[in-house]
Design a protein around this ligand. Structure first.
Ligand code: NAI
Length: 326
């Protein structure tokens, strides 16, 4: 029997992982996020299962190797929080390359519809018996242009949804894909012509703060920016400047560059220490969701099934289909 330390465990994780459990793998669920302070919980374990806001840096990897942990199974697609260089040749890193791209693409359209038709404000108003329509005017999506940065699995699903709405679709991706239903253009062209810009690329060392004061300045006046990818793709201060000047018409954020210590936890009884996040949340044309775009039953089941199968293959010494290497 192999033991796996499962960090940042939530009720929905336990439910889906217990549905796909393997009799040869004993999962120890911990609510703590994995970082240098909590890594000792993995002592005596054979593997670790981690998520998007765990900190898997050199210090953590050194400790895991010392404890004899041979594998880190990421239960997500992204792995920007793993120091791959430190792990190379010491600990195997596995991931779930695809589960439900529809979950994220549909959440993206949900953010757009909510922002454009002001559903978040209408919901609050009618609960207070305020049936006024002042300030709730939106625009037809039909005929508008959406710019998709990153046309991989999620970007392409999102393009298909936009096609159903009758939108013009532009895309930017260093690796073009024949199945993309829109037109490929340069990033500058996309920024200057899109009414809505949606980010669907992974966070890499080259695209940190892809959206900054300079790129915001290239956007069409009043453009919406949607980020369901990774927080560090956007310089939040540049976003705030753009929102204040009106260059950016609205923002839908499922991710935030400083989300690690806040997202997935309940701070509703406290004053959060992050003034930048408090500022954007207070804006009427901004919606923040706490990294929930993936959260559908289908996606959770897909994540659990692939993660367990990744671990089973590792412990059985089989070929690793979903290994991440440098
Ligand atoms: P994918 O690997 O299928 O596609 C990513 C695409 O981005 C590729 O076509 C790649 O060539 C392109 N790309 C890379 N660097 C780029 C750049 N600088 N500019 C433009 N395009 C670039 O990945 P998938 O499954 O579509 O996921 C995309 C991202 O969505 C993930 O990397 C992850 O960060 C995020 N994600 C967020 C979730 C959430 O719950 N909010 C859940 C799952 C993924």
């Amino acid at each position: 029997m192999k033991t796996v330390a499962f960090f940042d465990a939530k009720t929905y994780d336990r439910e889906s992982f217990l549905r796909f459990k393997d009799d040869e793998i004993n999962i120890r669920f911990f609510e703590n996020k994995l970082n240098a302070d909590t890594v000792s919980m993995a002592a005596c374990c054979d593997g670790v299962c981690a998520f998007v806001n765990d900190t898997i840096d050199k210090q953590v990897i050194d400790k895991l190797e010392e404890y004899g942990v041979g594998v880190i199974a990421m239960r997500c697609a992204g792995y920007n929080n793993v120091d791959l260089k430190a792990a190379a040749g010491r600990i195997k890193i596995l991931r779930v390359p695809a589960y439900s791209p529809y979950a994220v693409a549909e959440h993206t359209m949900g953010l757009i519809l909510t922002l454009n038709r002001k559903l978040h404000r209408a919901y609050i108003r009618t609960r207070d018996h305020n049936f006024s329509l002042d300030g709730l005017i939106g625009f037809d999506l039909r005929g508008k242009t959406v710019g998709i940065v990153g046309t991989g699995k999620i970007g392409r699903c999102f393009a298909d949804i936009c096609e159903g709405f009758g939108m013009n679709i532009l895309g930017f991706d260093p690796y073009e894909n024949k199945e993309f239903s829109g037109k490929y253009v340069s990033l500058d062209e996309l920024l200057g012509n899109s009414d809505i810009i949606s980010l669907h690329c992974p966070l890499t060392k080259d695209n940190h703060h892809l959206i900054n004061d300079l790129t915001v300045g290239k956007m069409k006046k009043g453009a919406y920016i949607i980020n369901t990818s990774r927080g560090l793709l956007i310089d939040t201060q540049a976003l705030i400047n753009g929102l204040k000047s009106g260059r950016i018409g609205a923002a839908g954020l499922d991710v935030y560059e400083e989300e690690t210590s806040l997202f997935f936890e309940d701070y509703s009884d406290e004053i959060i220490p992050d003034d930048t996040l408090s500022t954007i949340i207070s804006m009427p044309n901004v919606i923040v969701t706490s990294h929930q775009a993936f959260l559908t039953r289908e996606a959770l089941d897909g994540i659990a099934e692939t993660t367990i199968s990744n671990l089973r293959a590792y412990f059985a010494g089989e070929k690793l289909e979903n290994e991440v290497t440098l």
